[in-house]
Design a protein around this ligand. Structure first.
Ligand code: HEC
Length: 350
């Protein structure tokens, strides 16, 4: 406990608070409240965790840990903060946390501002500590794994659905589409005519409609793999990288000016843009592509293009037009990459 000039007063107030708590605890215990924690064993999940979540986690939870004290995970909570252990299981009276939530010392009270915990809540937490500060295992899981996101699940290769007679299935993807259409009682559309097909695929892959010559060539090509050859040709076009790098430029928030009200030009932004176009055209493996942009200077020191790739870290909007060198930027960058994974994880290099 920290020395305070008001020590005596605090002790006295603590005693008064304690007396109030005990009497409140008694009166609560006297009533037949089914969800009440006092009297019987306190249930951490039911009685304690909601109080901590409501009053403490904003400063001692997953996002912030004031004074290095984290209260949403058992090990961290019992380890204590910068000033040492705060919870002594079995000993509420001696636990610094008890004094803090009782709020007798305005310098030490928790939460530091606003309303203190109601006396019933303080009593519940005291009882919980006295009963050994037990922490149920499932709440630990609830604190750490909050999301049930597809990207966190292991990869599995699903069985390819068997095609029904009424569908035109040429590859496994068609089979999945056909199966879902069947589930909804829908029939596949007829295949588009060749003019429509070439226009669609050209716009998808290069962002441009086919030229009259390309159109004529495709219409005249009656070989069974004419469509596949067309796709290969479009993927080999330099326009492919220009089209698909744009999606990554969105992820990186690429811009050729600084943004905001100090929207100064960035005359040197283009090498990073060209790096992206080239990476897509070269069908660079995704892991390398991401690695170069987050730490290319360290990972590939001999490749000047890997340093150009670091443009990713500065491509976005910048406050006051300054070059952003803050440490958080890398974190932000990594978050962007994760978002990017989800957004264009189906890029050519897969
Ligand atoms: C608005 C932010 C805020 C809230 C909410 C808050 N705290 Fe704190 N807490 C702080 C700050 C700031 C410190 C460091 C200053 C100090 O020691 O008084 C601190 C320190 C502590 C410490 C000492 C940790 C150490 O070792 O230095 C304990 C124990 C603590 N808080 C418990 C709680 C509990 C229990 C609650 C909920 C009832 C709570 N706090 C709610 C901001 C907060």
């Amino acid at each position: 406990m920290r020395w305070s000039p008001h020590g005596l007063l605090r002790c006295w107030l603590s005693l008064v608070t304690l007396a109030v708590c005990v009497s409140v605890a008694r009166s609560v215990a006297a009533e037949p409240e089914p969800s009440s924690a006092t009297g019987n064993a306190v249930d951490f999940n039911r009685d304690v965790r909601p109080l901590l979540a409501k009053h403490c986690f904003s400063c001692h939870g997953a996002e912030r840990q004031e004074s290095d004290f984290r209260l949403d995970r058992r090990d961290d909570a019992l380890r204590g903060g910068a000033n040492g252990v705060a919870i002594l299981p079995g000993k509420a009276q001696e636990s610094p946390l008890t004094d803090r939530i009782a709020g007798a010392d305005p310098d030490l009270r928790m939460p530091p501002k606003g309303d203190l915990l109601p006396p019933e809540a303080v009593a519940v937490i005291r009882t919980w500590i006295d009963q050994g500060a037990n922490w149920s295992a499932d709440s630990e899981t609830a604190a750490t794994v909050k999301v049930d996101h597809w990207s966190l699940k292991p990869l599995v290769r699903p069985a390819v659905p068997r095609a029904t007679a009424s569908t035109i299935v040429q590859n496994p993807i068609d089979a999945f589409v056909a199966a879902t259409l069947g589930e909804h009682g829908l029939k596949p559309s007829v295949e588009a005519d060749r003019r429509t097909l070439i226009r669609r695929v050209a716009v998808d892959l290069t962002g441009l409609p086919p030229t009259p010559e390309e159109l004529a060539k495709f219409l005249a090509d009656t070989s069974p793999d004419a469509y596949e050859l067309l796709v290969d040709r479009l993927l080999a076009s330099p326009r492919y990288g220009e089209r698909w790098a744009r999606h990554w430029m969105d992820v990186a928030h690429f811009s050729e000016t600084h943004g905001n009200d100090q929207d100064r030009p960035r005359p040197n932004a283009w090498p990073y843009r060209d790096y992206l176009v080239h990476s897509f055209n070269a069908d660079k493996p995704y892991a390398r592509f991401v690695g170069e942009q987050v730490a290319g200077d360290v990972l590939y020191p001999d490749d000047p293009q890997a340093t150009v790739a670091l443009g990713f870290l500065a491509a976005g909007i910048c406050k006051k037009g300054a070059f952003c060198r803050h440490a958080w930027l890398r974190w932000h960058a990594v978050a962007c990459v994760c978002g990017g994974l989800a957004e264009i994880g189906l890029a050519k290099s897969g």
